[in-house]
Write a protein that binds this ligand. Structure first.
Ligand SMILES: O=P(O)(O)OC[C@H]1O[C@H](OP(=O)(O)OP(=O)(O)O)[C@H](O)[C@@H]1O
Ligand code: HPA
Ligand SMILES: [Mg+2]
Length: 186
């Protein structure tokens, strides 16, 4: 059986394939490498769980010394709509005062998760906060001021899964980004 075939019946359309993801991450890695100095103290913060694959691949394309940290944040649960309540399930471990913080997200949708995380982390006085997201759904933004500094792909307003993104915890291990068939959640 070929790779990811077990999910074929659930996916309406592949919108970003494995090769496109890989190429874009190489570009993002170069862009990010270029905006920092070699001696900057950088903490890469992975927002669990969705950003785990992106973090792992992006970090290897950044040619700078970085520290890894993780924060587990959840607002979607088993739904395709944000609950509106952003829950911090696990806080980060590093002290970020005076250090550069690079937040790594898989997707910015309504922007609620990122707004909540940034508001919280800003009070800890990092030297800078920058955000890199693999996917961006600008049409869905409620708080217009929330945006990424680095953005892999702009996508339309459809519920997507794969490459870390889930529906009810499923599909995270797809190697591409696909649109989920609506009959599975409507
Ligand atoms: O811009 P928003 O509308 O807030 O949506 C984006 C957030 O939602 C998803 O997380 P989710 O709550 O599903 O947790 P998960 O990463 O563990 O799947 C995704 O990983 C982002 O963190
Ligand atoms: O389109 C999406 N897919 C998966 N998780 C998400 N969290 C926000 N938007 C999405
Ligand atoms: Mg999710």
């Amino acid at each position: 059986m070929g790779k990811n075939n077990v999910f074929t019946n659930d996916i309406k359309e592949v919108i970003i394939n494995e090769e496109e993801i890989k190429q874009r991450i190489e570009e993002l890695g170069k862009e990010i490498t270029n905006i920092y100095n070699d001696d900057d103290d950088i903490v890469m913060l992975c927002i669990l769980r969705g950003a785990i694959l992106f973090m792992a691949d992006l970090a290897r394309e950044i040619d700078l010394p970085v520290v890894f940290d993780f924060m587990d944040v959840s607002s979607y649960g088993a739904s395709t709509e944000s609950s509106g309540v952003v829950r911090i399930i696990k806080d980060m471990e590093e002290n970020i005062e005076g250090r550069h913080l690079l937040i790594v997200e898989d997707i910015i949708d309504t922007g609620r998760t990122l707004k909540h995380v940034i508001d919280m982390l800003q009070t800890r006085n990092p030297k800078s906060i920058k955000v890199v997201t693999l996917l961006d759904k600008p049409e869905r933004r409620v708080k217009k001021e929330i945006d990424a500094d680095f953005n892999g792909f702009e996508i339309p307003d459809e519920f997507v899964v794969g490459y870390g993104l889930d529906f009810a915890e499923k599909y995270r291990n797809l190697s591409f980004i696909g649109v989920l068939k609506e009959k599975l959640y409507i």
